[in-house]
Design a protein around this ligand. Structure first.
Ligand SMILES: Cc1cc2nc3c(=O)[nH]c(=O)nc-3n(C[C@H](O)[C@H](O)[C@H](O)COP(=O)(O)O)c2cc1C
Length: 196
């Protein structure tokens, strides 16, 4: 099958754009005090749910906290931190660090006889990566957090996750360019890929 010059051009550009988005995504913990348009979050979530899930169970759940809704999150963080003996004040502050927090949950489909919880969490992680890459493509930044007071029963109660679990809190905003990124080891396949 022959490929037209236009198809070749498009696929090369798509591949390069994808590489750039993957390489650009970093965990960013410092944000500008600038609101994130609701439409951007909505679009990123639409892309997140293109992730695969075994038996199409779609176990991922997202609850978006923005603006004054962050007060509820702050209360839940504070309650959870107090219960488990962490400092309540910094936990509370975390709710306000970013203009938006997307609370990520996983609800395994218990009605399906063959579904295993590990698969459901795996699928939710795939959706989360889609979400982070989509945000990166929109010049937004994010950081996944999973402190015990964030993935806590208090937060689960707040978002009404039922039989599922909250698995992470994704902070989202615009990067503060005056703050450096945290250092990380260079991503490499050395030692983690084995061909047989
Ligand atoms: C499941 C998961 C949970 C994480 N929880 C936290 C967290 O609680 N606090 C934090 O600062 N970073 C957390 N991170 C972010 C990692 O620390 C970060 O991805 C790692 O340092 C690599 O940096 P990068 O995202 O910039 O590539 C988490 C990442 C994952 C995948």
């Amino acid at each position: 099958m022959s490929v037209t010059a236009e198809e070749a051009f498009t696929s090369t550009h798509l591949a390069r754009a994808f590489e750039q988005i993957v390489e650009k995504r970093r965990s960013v913990h410092f944000y500008l005090e600038r609101d994130v348009p609701r439409a951007a979050i909505e679009r990123a979530l639409e892309l997140a749910v293109h992730a695969p899930s075994h038996y199409h169970t779609r176990p991922w759940r997202f609850t978006v906290f923005a603006g004054s809704a962050r007060d509820e999150l702050a209360c839940a963080y504070e309650k959870a931190a107090t219960r488990i003996g962490w400092h309540a004040a910094p936990a509370r502050c975390r709710a306000y660090e970013a203009p938006v927090t997307v609370m990520i949950g996983c609800v395994p489909d218990n009605r399906h006889p063959r579904v295993r919880p590990l698969e459901e969490e795996f699928a939710t992680a795939a959706a989360t990566q889609n979400l982070m890459l989509a945000l990166t493509s929109m010049q937004l930044v994010s950081a996944l957090n999973s402190a015990p007071w964030q993935v806590s029963e208090e937060v689960e109660q707040l978002v009404g996750i039922g039989a599922g679990r909250v698995v992470g809190a994704l902070q989202v905003g615009y990067r503060d360019p005056d703050r450096e990124l945290l250092k990380r080891p260079r991503p490499t396949t050395a030692g983690v890929v084995h061909w047989r």
